[in-house]
Design a protein around this ligand. Structure first.
Ligand code: NAD
Length: 299
C-alpha cells in the first residue's frame, strides 16, 4: 500500500480521500479548512499541518483544488509542495484547470526532476462518494501506469488520453460538448413546448433519433470518420430543415441562439461546396476554419 499526500478536501477531495483510505492507503490530508482535515483524520487518515507536510516523502501527492492558481500556490509558494516532494514522488493533479496552467506546472516540476500526471475527473461528487469517477489521465505511459493504485481506488475507469496535458485538454473538450449540449437540449425543449407539443412525448422521439443519440457513434462514424461524405442525408437538406425550424420559432417568439449559430456553420459549409455532400461534412468546414489540413474524401 502506498503513502499518499492529499491536498484539497472539498466536495470531491474529501470523498476521494475516504476511498483511498478504504483501499488501505496511508493518507496525509491537508486543506485550508481545518475541519475538513479533522474529518479525514477521523476517517482513518493523518492530519497534516501544511500542504508541504502532507507531501513530504510520499509515494504520491494528489491535489484536488478549485483552479490553476490554487494548484500553483500550493506547489510553489513557500514552503511549497514541489520542494517537499521526494524525487521519486509521483505528483498527480486531479483538479480541473486550464491547459496552459497544466503545461506551466508540468514544465516547472519537470525542471525540478519531478514526474507529473494530469488527471482531471468526470463525474460529480456523488460519483466520487461511490468511487466511480472517470479518470482522464495525461502523462508518460509508465507514470500513468504507476498512478493506477490511486486511480483504481477513486474511479471506475482510467483513460490514458495522451502525453502530459492531454488529460486536462480532454476534460475541457468533453465539458465543452456537454455544456453546449445542455443549452441545445434546453432550447429544443422550450421550442417544443412553445410549439404546443407534449414535451415528454417529444423527449421520447428525440431520445431515439440522431437528435438524442448524437453523431459520434452514428452519422460521423458511418460517414466522415470513414473518409466518405457522399450524402446519406444531404447537407443542403439538413440546412433547409434548420431554416424551417428557425423561421417557425421566430414566429413563436422563441429564441434559438444555439441553432442560429449552427445555421452559420451550415452556411459556411454550403459556401465550401459541401451542400450536395453528407451533413457530417460540417466537420470538414470547421476543421478548415481551424487551420487544420484539408482531407480528401472518397466520392
Ligand atoms: P470545493 O470548492 O468543494 O473544494 C476545494 C477545496 O480546496 C476546499 O476545501 C478549499 O478549502 C481547498 N483549498 C483551496 N485552496 C487551497 C489551498 N491553497 N490549500 C489547501 N486547500 C485549498 O471544490 P470541489 O467540488 O471539490 O472541486 C475540486 C476540483 O474538482 C475543481 O477543479 C472542480 O472543477 C473539479 N471537479 C468538481 C466536480 C464536482 O462535481 N464538484 C466534478 C468534476 C471535477
Amino acid at each position: 500500500m502506498a503513502s499518499i499526500g492529499f491536498i484539497g478536501l472539498g466536495r470531491m477531495g474529501s470523498a476521494m480521500s475516504r476511498k483511498l483510505i478504504e483501499a488501505g492507503h496511508d493518507l496525509w490530508a491537508f486543506d485550508l479548512d481545518p475541519a475538513a482535515v479533522d474529518r479525514i483524520a477521523g476517517a482513518g487518515g493523518h492530519a497534516a499541518a501544511s500542504a508541504a507536510e502532507a507531501a513530504q516523502g510520499r509515494d504520491f501527492v494528489v491535489t484536488m483544488l478549485p483552479n490553476g492558481p490554487d494548484v500553483e500556490e500550493v506547489l510553489f509558494a513557500a514552503p511549497g509542495v514541489a520542494n517537499a516532494m521526494a524525487r521519486d514522488t509521483l505528483y498527480i493533479d486531479m483538479s480541473t484547470v486550464a491547459p496552459e496552467a497544466t503545461d506551466a506546472i508540468a514544465g516547472r516540476l519537470s525542471a525540478m526532476g519531478i514526474r507529473m500526471v494530469d488527471a482531471p475527473v468526470g463525474g460529480t461528487s456523488e460519483f466520487a462518494e461511490r468511487g466511480q469517477l472517470l479518470i482522464l489521465a495525461g502523462g508518460d505511459p509508465q507514470d500513468v501506469q504507476a498512478a493506477l493504485p490511486v486511480f483504481d481506488a477513486v474511479g471506475r475507469e482510467t483513460i490514458h488520453c495522451g502525453p502530459a496535458g492531454a488529460g486536462t485538454r480532454t476534460k475541457l473538450v468533453n465539458n465543452y460538448m456537454s455544456t453546449v449540449l445542455n443549452a441545445l437540449t434546453a432550447e429544443t425543449l422550450a421550442f417544443a413546448e412553445a410549439a404546443g407539443l407534449d414535451v415528454m412525448r417529444t423527449v421520447k422521439v428525440l431520445a431515439g433519433t440522431t437528435a438524442g443519440k448524437g453523431f459520434l457513434t452514428g452519422a460521423y462514424d458511418r460517414k466522415i470518420f470513414s473518409g466518405d461524405i457522399s450524402p446519406e442525408f444531404g447537407l443542403a437538406l439538413a440546412s433547409k430543415d434548420l431554416g424551417l425550424a428557425l423561421a417557425y420559432a421566430a414566429g413563436l417568439d422563441v429564441p434559438l441562439g444555439v441553432g442560429a449559430a449552427a445555421s452559420q456553420v451550415y452556411a459556411m459549409s454550403r459556401a465550401d461546396g459541401f451542400g450536395p455532400k453528407d451533413w457530417s461534412a460540417v466537420l470538414e468546414t470547421l476543421r478548415l476554419r481551424s487551420a487544420l489540413p484539408a482531407r480528401t474524401f472518397d466520392d
